[in-house]
Design a binder for this molecule. Structure first.
Ligand code: GLV
Length: 310
């Protein structure tokens, strides 16, 4: 089976070298602008070039190398008959959970205050806050959201989750869905964790109107996609005290411009889209299983619902 590598921002051959070495029964080929290849059935992609899919008339499936497939779904040349497959990786969910927990505790235990005090050699104990007094709301309740919600609950935080449609949750995790559910969840939310997929409905969801509905002085942990966030509204909410801080891992334009005000804002922690990667093992398993399904005339699993957008 021939599989083409499609990305305009990553050297996939280099990035996936360990995966390529292990999948000896797949021939990985590089994309060539304007060259039509009829014998390519499979692609691996991350931010593919806009017209990339035009070159592969017999392509049946494209695998993302991440949990999100938004950069593939947004590609103008993607045809309706191509299955888009995403990676589902429990190790990634665990890594994300650690990242989110660290940030929640950063806010709850006032680590910014400790650091400021240390700089000025001040020995002073800020008041401590119990986890039970710091309600966390999670936007997005897929594989990763479930893991994060579970782990936060284990640490004693009150946890609410919100998603587009109704989901069942274990005891102790409050469930909200749809626009009315979001409006009901936010007033009880002090820390908001964004884990949503990027779709036309979720684009710009982290905006001034949403921040106003949260508990005053709340905290934002943004680990979804840059386009979820209205950047100027985040700055405004921090400057007027609506938010007391924000940990931002993803940005509408990456890498973040060196002159961007986020870098030097005292209330913001910037990380370089590094909350969690999928493991190479999970990418390998996904590409392998997809190739296997195509060889056997089956529909691949972990396909994205093209109407829902994730
Ligand atoms: C990372 O951004 C992913 O989609 O896994």
């Amino acid at each position: 089976m021939r599989c083409v590598l499609l990305s305009e921002i990553l050297d996939l051959r280099d990035h996936l070298s360990s995966v390529i070495d292990q999948l000896g029964d797949i021939t990985f080929v590089d994309h060539q602008e304007g060259y039509t290849a009829n014998d390519v059935q499979l692609a691996v992609a991350w931010h593919p070039p806009g017209n990339a899919f035009d070159n592969y008339p017999n392509l049946k499936a494209v695998c993302s190398i991440g949990a999100g497939a938004d950069s593939i779904l947004a590609c103008p040349s993607l045809r309706d008959d191509i299955d888009v497959v995403r990676v589902v990786d429990p190790a990634q969910a665990q890594m994300m959970s650690g990242f989110v927990l660290w940030n929640v505790i950063w806010h709850q235990r006032r680590f910014a205050t400790y650091l400021a005090q240390q700089r000025d050699r001040i020995w002073q104990r800020p008041s401590q806050r119990d986890a039970k007094d710091v309600p966390v709301g999670i936007l997005g309740y897929g594989e990763i959201g479930r893991r994060v919600a579970h782990d936060l609950r284990m640490l004693g935080f009150p946890v609410s989750v919100w998603s587009r449609s109704e989901k069942s949750t274990p005891q102790g995790i409050s469930e909200f869905h749809g626009p009315a559910g979001l409006a009901a969840m936010l007033p009880e939310t002090e820390v908001l964790v964004n884990l949503l997929p990027l779709t036309p409905e979720t684009q710009g969801i982290l905006n001034g109107a949403l921040f106003k509905r949260m508990r005053h002085g709340g905290y934002l942990i943004h680990v979804g996609r840059g386009e979820h966030m209205v950047e100027k509204d985040v700055l405004l909410a921090l400057d007027n005290g609506q938010l007391s801080g924000a940990s931002l891992d993803v940005f509408p334009s990456e890498p973040l411009d060196p002159h961007h005000p986020f870098w030097s804002h005292p209330g913001i922690i910037v990380t370089p889209h590094d909350a969690c990667d999928v493991s190479m093992d999970a990418i390998k398993a996904t590409v392998d299983a997809t190739a296997d399904a195509l060889r056997n005339g089956r529909r691949p699993s972990q396909t994205v619902d093209r109407v829902r957008g994730y």
